[in-house]
Design a protein around this ligand. Structure first.
Ligand code: WTA
Length: 704
């Protein structure tokens, strides 16, 4: 078997019987599990009986899943063909699935529902309105300021605004296949913007509103989008974010790099003030004015199942972010089906995903999956901590939320203020609690289950990625499906997870290894914008005897029951507060500062964020370390990437540990950052050009 992946080399496998303590796996990367795990023993928590008082369950127990899962992997074409036929197809497909994951056997590709024509927006809106559900509430807008009066949207109203906006885009010259960037706050108009693009076959590229002008411009240029949907700004908690100013700065950077942004459609979200932007004449229009005068009817563009639906940028281990491509038919079918089964989404439910549409979770579990299932949803513009840590639970009560889907980092942050803010609410409407973005440590799992859910609601710990498009491993809330706190448990229909050794050998039975997926599922990543080579070398570097694998970049342990325990990234990607950041990106940001000679960035276990950002900085000769410089480097990261990339620790490093060939030994830097520095942990340092560097770093640690 061929293995082309250098990143995998850092992983040391531990026998299956070991628990996740750093002592058990001396060279493995320290993760949140290592610090927070109190107990990863085989505790089994059944789906509470109270859940079945609220739901009939979509399947008849775990045995029904077992049977369906088997069918889905034995004959994926028959299985997914049947599922897909529940959607509207303007023209039928001629072939359900074909693929090649093995670069040596030719071009890597995945194709689902080839020849079929459909439109995701039509399936998410027109289909429901035509069936008489136009008056059902689609989006409940929960504003940043508690109690502010804002408009909620029915399905008919969403369809109306989507059609008008789609016509505005057409007037701006957007055609099928063009890429449109979206830089907006988390308000109903954000999913509306995405659906408007989908309606006319434009490929959307949503950029999270927390990114800087620099980061945004890179994504505009890479996607070649000349039309941008944005807003004047938004309040997130007490913080104003002036989105228009950021876009404006980004367009300047684009202009200098020879790409003119031709049109902005600007939503007004902030009250009139002297900060209200003056729009660029001839280029920009206010959203409300544009849609008011737009034609209210816009025919859908029938799309090929394999036409791209969207691009979403995500960090990798090296260099600039990659534009992950998803296509139309398979993504639609998979986002909808996972939404339905994982969250037990049924008529009358009110679904509340706290993720922003700037991330994949907001794509699949706000804009697409729930809408395709005709759910009512809460769209939350604010943050869980504003005005206080009881906000989420008051939202649950006020809108009678049935499922909440959030991230472990939010749960851990809320845990800090104890049970009080939770218990001040009733939460009786809740039937299921979801978690996503990083491993949930059993302590947080317990708190979520017992305190938030009053031990009545099952927990869906969902493992997946931007690249997988939808949930891959998660427990279903079914009779007989035991939950294990901290484990995402078993694969969704059609998903075949395998563990492989760094040499590319499959591990049978219990064990630990690199998590890979054999054979495609409908929303498999279809490519990386403009970079086929990167797509192949990142995701398909491993070939077995007969076929290749999709490589996830995560480590995973499988226990005796076949349950999966994700151990975290094995590459140079940091998962901080559920956000993926490449260490290389942060390093490039820091070294731009004229006083910096060299920088190395690693993740370290952080009690709230999961992983924090730790930067080793070597200054130019003669430059003194200072608080001003510290602040300047923080600003450098914010400016180049965004506030969420601000470092947690900056370590003034006289020198970095390097091999004789000049390669930085990150393994050692990770150990020092996590204060795991006894000789045993550090391992062999004799290959370093100057082993004394290690002692100096330990002595100068700001955490000491
Ligand atoms: C991590 C977010 C453990 C993992 C949907 C993955 C998780 C990366 C879980 C993808 C989970 C996500 N348990 N780890 N339930 N969910 N991850 O692309 O490391 O933003 O590779 O997609 O988050 O992050 P992304």
């Amino acid at each position: 078997p061929a293995l082309l992946l250098p990143a995998a080399a850092g992983l040391v496998l531990t026998p299956a019987t070991r628990t996740h303590s750093s002592a058990a796996a001396p060279h493995a990367r320290p993760t949140i599990r290592a610090v927070l795990d109190v107990d990863v023993s085989q505790q089994r928590v059944p789906v509470p009986a109270a859940f079945f008082e609220k739901s009939d369950g979509l399947l008849n127990g775990k045995a029904a899943y077992d049977e369906m899962y088997q069918r889905s992997v034995d004959d994926p074409s028959a299985f997914w063909g049947e599922v897909a036929s529940q959607f509207h197809w303007e023209e039928p497909w001629s072939e359900v699935m074909s693929y090649n994951f093995a670069p040596s056997k030719g071009e890597v590709f995945t194709s689902w529902f080839k020849g079929g024509k459909t439109n995701v927006c039509f399936n998410a809106l027109d289909r429901h309105v035509a069936a008489g559900h136009g008056d059902q509430v689609a989006f409940i807008h929960e504003p940043n300021e508690e109690g502010e009066t804002v408009k909620s949207y029915t399905y008919a109203e969403v369809l109306d605004e989507v059609q008008r906006l789609a016509n505005v885009l057409k007037e701006k010259g957007v055609r099928k296949g063009d890429r449109v960037s979206i830089f907006m706050p988390m308000v109903p108009q954000l999913p509306i913007a995405m659906l408007a693009c989908a309606r006319i076959g434009a490929v959307h590229s949503v950029v999270f509103g927390g990114f800087s002008a620099e980061a945004l411009s890179g994504r505009l240029i890479d996607a070649q989008s000349t039309v941008v949907l944005t807003a004047d700004g938004v309040m997130r908690g007490v913080k104003p974010i002036n989105l228009y100013d950021i876009v404006q700065a980004a367009t300047k950077i684009c202009g200098e790099a020879c790409m003119e942004v031709e049109a902005l459609v600007v939503l007004k979200r902030l009250p009139d003030s002297d900060k209200t932007p003056t729009l660029v004449e001839g280029r920009d229009v206010w959203w409300s004015e544009a849609i008011a005068s737009a034609d209210p009817k816009c025919d859908v563009e029938w799309m090929d199942a394999e036409d791209p639906l969207f691009v979403l940028y995500t960090s990798g281990s090296t260099g600039k972010p990659k534009g992950v491509l998803h296509s139309t038919g398979g993504y639609m079918v998979y986002a909808a089906t996972t939404s339905k089964y994982v969250f037990d989404l049924q008529d009358g439910d009110t679904f509340f995903c706290t993720a922003d549409c700037g991330w994949i979770t907001g794509h699949s579990y706000v804009t697409y999956g729930p809408m395709l299932n005709r759910a009512t949803q809460v769209i939350f513009e604010g943050v869980p901590s504003y005005p206080d840590n009881g906000r989420l639970w008051r939202i649950v009560d006020e809108h009678q939320v049935t499922q909440i889907y959030t991230a472990p980092t939010a749960i851990r942050a809320l845990m800090r203020s104890g049970e009080g803010p939770v218990k001040a609410s009733s939460r009786k409407s809740l039937k299921l609690l979801g978690s996503v973005g990083e491993p949930i440590n059993p302590e947080a799992w317990r708190w979520y289950f017992e305190v938030v859910g009053d031990s009545r609601c099952p927990i869906a710990d969902t493992w997946w990625q931007t690249e997988t498009g939808g949930i891959m491993i998660a427990p279903l809330p079914l009779e007989g499906w035991a939950q294990k706190p901290g484990s995402a448990s078993l694969p969704f229909f059609g998903v075949q997870p395998v563990l492989i050794t760094p040499e590319g050998k499959e591990i049978e039975g219990p064990g630990e290894g690199l998590l890979a997926i054999k054979a495609p599922w409908p929303s498999t990543i279809r490519g990386v914008v403009g970079d086929y080579d990167r797509y192949v070398t990142t995701y398909f570097p491993i070939e077995g005897e007969e076929y290749g694998y999709y490589l996830t970049g995560d480590g995973c342990r499988r226990d005796e029951d076949g349950y999966h325990w994700i151990t975290g990234r094995v590459d140079d990607v940091i998962n901080t507060s559920g956000h993926r950041i490449g260490t290389a990106e942060v390093e490039s940001a820091v070294v731009l500062h004229p006083d910096v000679a060299e920088a190395a960035v690693v993740g370290f276990p952080h009690p709230i964020k999961g992983e924090g950002i730790y930067i080793y900085v070597t200054l130019n000769e003669g430059v003194e370390q200072s608080d001003e410089l510290l602040q300047a480097l923080r600003m450098q990261c914010r400016g180049e990437i965004g506030a969420f990339a601000s470092p947690d620790v900056i370590h003034w490093a006289p020198a970095l540990p390097k091999t004789r060939s000049g390669k930085i030994m990150r393994r050692i830097l990770r150990k020092i950052a996590s204060k795991d520095t006894d000789a045993d942990s550090l391992g062999d340092t004799s290959t370093l050009a100057d082993p004394s560097v290690v002692d100096t770093l330990i002595a100068t640690s700001p955490l000491a």
